[in-house]
Design a protein around this ligand. Structure first.
Ligand SMILES: Nc1ncnc2c1ncn2[C@@H]1O[C@H](COP(=O)(O)OP(=O)(O)OP(=O)(O)O)[C@@H](O)[C@H]1O
Length: 222
């Protein structure tokens, strides 16, 4: 059970690929970090995995999640959670309704949905915040709520694009630990894009430098 990339790269139309073919195997509960210079295509790689690649970009290579060919699936069928910098909560919904918005459709019934939201609020240290306006939360509280909203959708893998860079230094350590603990607890593979070596270190998994010469890769698929 893993997220596997075999000889994956992205081409803008007929132009050369943005980066040399990448091979990665990310096991359950593991976080692999992708680093590299600005413009090399890190965010575009995440778009490709999530299924949001827009023209003129084209994907080359093989992408599988737990053995399923992701390229055959529409984005919404891939069960991939996304977490970005400056996570945004819907301003017109309460914190609890924001989280319920992410809740997997498999959780049915008002009581069950409310219980699921209460449980993650508690895990996120946000017990009692259900009816609060998102604008009344600190940056760190908002980040935790946004991560929980993503996890409530019960993703089979998680993609993180500079998720901690909008946070002040004091908060960053807490949110990092919280995020990586949750990925391990959920036992899902995660792919992290960052410029911050401390993120890579805290992630604790393989670190890939995108944009070096030749084929790039780690893990069983390399
Ligand atoms: N229409 C296009 N045709 C050709 N190249 C394009 C087109 N649109 C974007 N690009 C290039 O594709 C690359 C996409 O970069 P991307 O945002 O994925 O990089 P990144 O590594 O995430 O950068 P950063 O670290 O700055 O966020 C850039 O080099 C950009 O110039």
């Amino acid at each position: 059970m893993s997220l596997d990339l075999v000889d994956v790269t992205v081409r803008p139309g007929a132009a050369p690929p943005l980066f040399p073919p990448l091979c990665l195997r990310i096991g359950r509960g593991e976080v692999t970090t992708v680093m590299g210079p600005s413009g090399i295509g890190k965010s575009t790689l995440l778009d490709a995995v999530a299924g949001h690649l827009a023209p003129p970009f084209r994907l080359d290579g093989t992408l599988t999640l737990n053995g399923t060919d992701l390229r055959r699936l529409k984005p919404e069928a891939r069960r991939i959670g996304l977490m970005f910098q400056d996570a945004v909560l819907f301003p017109h919904l309460s914190v609890g309704d924001n989280l319920a918005f992410g809740l997997a459709r498999s959780v049915r019934g008002r009581g069950a949905r409310r219980d699921a939201v209460e449980a993650v609020l508690e895990q996120a240290g946000l017990a009692g915040f259900r009816d609060r306006d998102p604008a009344s939360l600190s940056g760190g509280q908002r980040s935790r709520a946004a991560l929980m909203r993503t996890l409530l959708a019960d993703p089979a893998a998680l993609l993180l694009d500079e998720p901690f860079s909008g946070l002040d230094a004091g908060r960053r350590d807490d949110i990092r630990r919280f995020t990586f603990d949750h990925i391990r607890r959920r036992n899902i593979p995660a792919l992290l894009v960052t410029h911050d070596p401390q993120d890579a270190e805290a992630a604790g998994g393989a670190v890939i430098a995108l944009g070096g010469a030749g084929r790039t890769g780690v893990g069983g698929a390399a």
